[in-house]
Design a protein around this ligand. Structure first.
Ligand code: NAP
Length: 289
């Protein structure tokens, strides 16, 4: 029940109406007995600075940031968590005692935890990341910090993949990553790769699409992780499974990034059992829609 004491957290992005975050954060607050309401704020490109200042003035007690603001928000923050600084993108804002917000990247934390849960170990492995947007950026850093042997970033706009690869190499101070066209398999190892699908292709309702259908790519992966979680099994996952690969979706990543943000805002830690219950409830809700 909303009262005069209810504190407000939220999500800024454009668009935001489709987000599962209000549902997840609502469940986390309910489980902890916290009087917090989590709402979405559609913030148009170009208005992110005003939105951060407005959030501070209104006493918003925590904010998530999504497409297209994850990089654009950085100049308006008072400080950055070293993890977010390394990645160069922020998805969580935490109010600071002396004013302003500090930026964190819980997408990275969420993906790392999801990999751990599924036993996906990138150490010494060749990884291909399909996509070069915010999700791919988080994935590239998780794989780089997870000591992948080489990371091939395959993207429709080659220059964006090359730029992301350069950012990762610069930040990690090693030549670990390279950018390629989506259909350029010429430099890839023959087999045994981990593939991370980080484009929006295949996202509901576009469920009959996959960013790659080519055997030359799919046949190289024995493990695939799709950042998409609606539908629970994307066409990309289905095609990979048909070739004998293990395939996982992005729902645990979503839940863990939300849990990490919630913990940063409230100082409470969320136990595994609560996280699993929230995961089950989100899955049920996704399947209802
Ligand atoms: P983004 O920053 O907008 O990047 C979108 C990416 O998709 C770009 O690489 C883009 O390529 C590519 N793309 C879009 N349409 C394409 C098409 N028709 N063919 C080939 N490539 C195409 O988005 P994002 O934030 O990275 O999100 C990507 C996906 O990951 C979304 O489905 C999102 O829901 C999901 N995600 C999930 C989580 C989670 O917690 N599970 C977290 C973050 C993101 P160009 O560069 O060529 O435009």
């Amino acid at each position: 029940m909303i009262s005069g004491k209810t504190r407000v957290c939220g999500l800024m992005g454009y668009p935001v109406a489709h987000s599962m975050s209000p549902f997840i954060q609502g469940k986390l607050a309910e489980a902890a007995g916290d009087d917090i309401a989590y709402v979405t704020f559609p913030v148009k490109p170009g208005s992110v600075g005003e939105a951060v200042r407005g959030a501070e003035a209104l006493g918003i007690c925590g904010m998530n940031v999504t497409v297209p603001h994850k990089k654009a928000v950085i100049p308006f923050l008072v400080s950055l968590d070293p993890g977010a600084e390394k990645v160069g993108a922020v998805n969580t804002l935490v109010p600071q005692e002396n004013g302003g917000y500090k930026g964190y990247n819980t997408d990275v934390i969420g993906l790392r935890r999801a990999f751990g849960q599924y036993g996906i170990d990138t150490e010494g492995r060749d990884v291909m990341i399909i996509g070069a947007g915010g999700g791919a950026r988080a994935a590239a850093f998780v794989c780089a910090e997870g000591k992948a042997s080489h990371i091939y970033i395959m993207n429709r706009s080659v220059e964006k993949g090359v730029a992301l690869a350069e950012d990762v190499n610069k930040s990690m101070e090693m030549s670990l990553c390279s950018g390629h066209a989506l259909d350029d398999v010429s430099g890839l190892p023959g087999s045994g790769m981990i593939a991370v699908q980080a484009t929006s292709v295949g996202l509901s309702p576009d469920i009959d699409s996959s960013p790659v259908e080519d055997e030359g790519i799919l046949g190289r992966a024995d493990t695939v992780f799709d950042l998409i979680y609606t539908p629970a099994e994307t066409k990309f996952m289905r095609l990979a499974k048909e070739r004998g690969a293990k395939a996982y979706n992005g729902l645990w990543m979503l839940v863990w990034q939300a849990v990490s943000a919630y913990e940063l805002w409230t100082g409470h830690s969320v136990d595994e059992e609560t996280a699993r219950r929230v995961y089950d409830e989100v899955l049920l809700k996704i399947n209802e829609n």
